[in-house]
Design a protein around this ligand. Structure first.
Ligand code: SF4
Length: 216
């Protein structure tokens, strides 16, 4: 599947056809649950569309882009401004299947800090204040993404994922935070990550704290 070509409205009911828009699964205000920014007030924009196919994906409803209506970028930015979060997190799905130039420009114009969560499987578009790259074994990142990664986050379901983590760590900057995150539904994954981080201090544990809190 190729990248979805542009951010101009695509047959969305009620949208001006020339108005930049993107297919959106949901927006919501919560705290960032994972990684270095855990606990930070965050407005999430979850874009539709993903062909990475992680078996343990907890947002499978996002995969089919046709199931989700477009929303105008102006509307998304307006909602984010009303919330006044510390950060806006653009996530998915795989958000880089879309051209994020217009969205990130508009969010920055509104003086919002913009973060990205991506598998890195598509070329980077847009400008960001923080980029989390979470590479997946079955659809590896574009090589050009590694230099932009502020944090490298590997989801660990089995021991092979730890080997994958070390393979990926070779490509990022020495300044990039390296995180191992247990896969929520895999009982042994927490022990795997905990033991590995004790023996490999270059890595940190990342937990899905929003799931422990019972929030989104
Ligand atoms: S990249 Fe993200 S949205 Fe896509 S399948 Fe994997 S976990 Fe799900």
């Amino acid at each position: 599947m190729t990248r979805i070509s542009n951010s101009v409205a695509k047959n969305a009911v009620g949208l001006n056809q020339s108005e930049p828009s993107l297919p959106i699964v949901e927006t919501f205000h919560s705290v960032q649950g994972e990684g270095a920014w855990t606990g930070t007030s965050a407005f999430f924009i979850r874009l539709a569309g993903c062909d990475v196919g992680c078996p343990w994906c907890d947002t499978k409803e996002s995969w089919n882009v046709r199931r989700h209506a477009d929303r105008s970028i102006a509307d998304l930015v307006s909602e984010a401004v009303q919330v006044q979060p510390a950060i806006v997190v653009i996530t998915g799905g795989e958000p880089l299947m879309h051209d994020l130039t217009d969205l990130t420009r508009s969010l920055h114009t509104a003086k919002l800090r913009v973060h990205l969560e991506t598998s890195g499987a598509y070329p980077l578009s847009g400008t960001f204040d923080w980029i989390t790259v979470s590479p997946k074994r079955h659809k590896p990142p574009q090589p050009s993404i590694y230099n932009h990664a502020n944090e490298l986050k590997i989801v660990v379901a089995e021991a092979l994922d730890l080997e994958w983590a070390e393979q990926q760590a070779v490509y990022v900057s020495p300044d990039t935070l390296k995180l191992l995150q247990p896969e929520w539904n895999t009982p042994d994954s927490t022990a795997l990550v905990f033991d590995y981080v004790l023996r490999h201090p270059a890595w940190r544990v990342s937990l899905q704290t929003h799931k422990f809190l019972g929030v989104r």
